[in-house]
Write a protein that binds this ligand. Structure first.
Ligand SMILES: [Zn+2]
Length: 257
């Protein structure tokens, strides 16, 4: 039986490694391979996949199948063989941007969740190029531009607070609810059975998530820009989160977008 160890959860800082191929199969792009000590994360949980190369060959796709993570390459099957040692190099900047955006997304949703009586997330997706994240939710009342700036202000103070962010395990959603109380929130978009992985923002939030995160809420300068969706009604909260080189401020509707 082939054995693969995924290292991206235990060591998300690791973006280059040398490891062995444990499985090879044909793929739409040419060939797919599975690595023994795997650092490549496939897409999931609103987060795009890792970019990079294996043995100098671009990773064109990454997917989970038959209990393994596979990377796909435009190559003949004989380019890669089981047992071959290969160098894996990821786009470290892309991963870093994703991690910051993922922690920022948790933070923004928690701040909005505290601001509104009801906040049901419909979309929380990081773009493939990791340049921004889109958050769309339904609220209990019409959303005004002041609501967005108040949520942004709450979030900004938590970014400056620099709370720690860590992963934890829970036996079930019910266990997580009893352990974390009001800090626990779960989207009704997802159904969970059995053990779950939680991302905990110390003293603020606990939420099931399979992604990779920045280890503190100090995610650096960012801006929150209202997103005007054609299908949105007044109860729709829609914003785009963008990391920026320096702190920028949003002064209201139509400015700074
Ligand atoms: Zn997450």
């Amino acid at each position: 039986m082939t054995k693969q160890q995924n290292l991206f959860y235990s060591n998300p800082d690791l973006t280059a490694t040398t490891t062995k191929i444990v499985a090879v199969r044909p793929h739409f792009f040419g060939v797919a391979i599975a690595l023994e000590h795997n650092i490549v994360r496939a897409s999931g949980g609103g987060e795009p996949r890792d970019l990079g190369t294996v043995d100098g060959m671009k990773i064109l796709h990454a997917e989970k199948q038959d209990g393994l993570t596979w990377t796909a390459h435009d190559a003949d099957a004989d380019r890669f063989a089981v047992g071959k040692t290969v160098d894996v190099v990821l786009d470290a900047e892309h991963r870093e941007h994703r991690r910051r955006l993922h922690t920022a997304t948790h933070l923004l949703i928690r701040c909005a969740y505290n601001h509104f009586s009801e906040f049901n997330v419909a979309v929380a997706d990081i773009e493939d190029d990791a340049s921004s994240a889109l958050i769309v939710a339904r609220t209990d009342r019409p959303v005004r531009s002041e609501d967005i700036s108040l949520v942004d202000r709450r979030m900004r103070s938590e970014v400056l607070n620099g709370r720690s962010v860590h992963a934890a395990k829970a036996k079930s959603v019910e266990h997580a609810e009893s352990e974390y109380g009001a800090l626990f929130r779960v989207s009704n978009r997802h159904a969970f059975r059995g053990r779950i992985r939680l991302i905990c923002i110390n003293g603020l939030d606990a939420n099931p998530c399979s992604g990779l995160h920045h280890p503190t809420t100090d995610i650096g300068p960012y801006k929150v820009v209202p997103e005007h969706l054609p299908e949105a009604d007044p109860y729709t909260f829609a914003v785009r989160l963008k990391p920026t080189g320096a702190w920028m401020y949003w002064f209201g509707e139509g400015v700074g977008t």
